[in-house]
Design a protein around this ligand. Structure first.
Ligand code: SF4
Length: 218
């Protein structure tokens, strides 16, 4: 059986969303629409353009080298059937010791019984919406209302290091380039980072538009 999946992008390596060099998988479509979200390009719903099987095949060349997989979005739990099948497939392919981290804009209570259905497939979950005016003092999270859940023994081993305050070393991005030349960044920016970047580039005659500029008022 073929499972459709609406996908934003896959990239490797991503070094800012979990330990090591990771495969990043971004789902397309999020109805939560947190003000200030830096992934506004993933909000719009679109027809599923790939299947879970195709995504799994595309990961094959990467899995031996990758330290783990991070699934984000968009909102992965809004494509729950595809997420479940993808997790099963990745888990079958991943070597022991390599983990799966998933981001969701829903709280753990809102995810409810769905977490039971995929028990054991996610090692660590970061849950909750981005709240622009909340404090941001912890690594891997955009706002302090979000929660890091260590769901498996592997998750506890690999992610307990992130149960601490955010350090200067956490202030970094992956700069990534799509095939069409669109540049984008993965990571957890601090408030004002894009404005600093915009000012620094403007001094050099370079202007850019963020996805928040383009989408948050739509
Ligand atoms: S932060 Fe996450 S949950 Fe919130 S709008 Fe952006 S993609 Fe959706």
């Amino acid at each position: 059986m073929s499972f459709p999946l609406s996908l934003s992008r896959i990239f490797y390596p991503v070094t800012t969303l979990g330990p090591g060099r990771r495969i990043g998988i971004w789902f397309q479509g999020c109805s939560i629409r947190c003000p200030g979200c830096i992934s506004a390009d993933t909000w719009s719903q679109k027809e599923s353009d790939v299947t879970v099987e195709e995504v799994l095949s595309s990961l094959d060349p990467l899995l031996a080298d990758a330290d783990g997989v991070t699934i984000s979005g968009g909102e992965p739990f809004e494509q729950f059937a595809a997420l479940g099948m993808l997790l099963i497939g990745i888990r079958q392919k991943l070597s022991p010791g390599k983990d799966i981290l998933v981001y969701s804009g829903y709280t753990i209570n809102e995810l409810g019984g769905r977490m039971q259905e995929i028990q054991g497939l996610i090692d660590a979950l970061i849950s909750g919406p981005y709240v622009a005016d909340a404090l941001q003092t912890r690594p891997l999270m955009g706002s302090d209302n979000q929660e890091l859940h260590l769901l498996t023994t592997l998750g506890r081993t690999n992610f307990k290091q992130f149960l601490r305050d955010r350090l200067a070393a956490d202030d970094k991005f992956d700069l990534l380039m799509d095939d069409d030349g669109t540049a984008w960044m993965a990571g957890i920016p601090k408030p004002g980072d894009f404005e600093k970047l915009r000012s620094a580039l403007a001094e050099r005659g370079v202007t850019f538009q963020t996805t928040e500029d383009r989408h948050s008022r739509s």
